[in-house]
Structure formats: structure tokens, C-alpha cells
Design a binder for this molecule. Structure first.
Ligand SMILES: [Zn+2]
Length: 62
């Protein structure tokens, strides 16, 4: 039986770019956790407030 190949994608909570891979990270001084794309993460990873909490992937199997 064929499975639907619909991919689960999410948008970056900072720039709204839809990405198959997002990072859970703190990307501003508010200290709030967000799901952000690799571009936004790269912009802030040298900042003192930056924290990394994991990777989210659209093709993750369960
Ligand atoms: Zn982004």
C-alpha cells in the first residue's frame, strides 16, 4: 500500500523561511526558545545569548 509522501515542513520562527531542518535555539536576548533555520542560527551562534537545544528534521521517522 503506497504511503503519502507528504513532507512535514515548518517555517523558521525568525525569518519565516520554510526549511526541512530547523534548530531549537535561543536567538535573541529575550532568552526564549525558537525553531530557526540554519541561516538564522548561523547569524547568532557567536552571540552571548545563543543557546542550542536540538535539531528538528522534517523527515524524522517515528
Ligand atoms: Zn530563519
Amino acid at each position: 500500500m503506497p504511503k503519502p509522501s507528504r513532507s512535514r515542513v515548518k517555517a523558521c520562527e525568525s525569518c519565516q523561511l520554510v526549511s526541512g531542518t530547523l534548530y531549537r535555539a535561543v536567538v535573541d536576548a529575550s532568552g526564549k526558545w525558537k525553531l530557526v533555520c540554519p541561516v538564522c542560527r548561523a547569524k547568532v551562534e557567536s552571540q552571548p545569548f545563543y543557546r542550542y537545544g536540538g535539531t528538528w528534521k522534517a523527515d524524522k521517522r517515528h
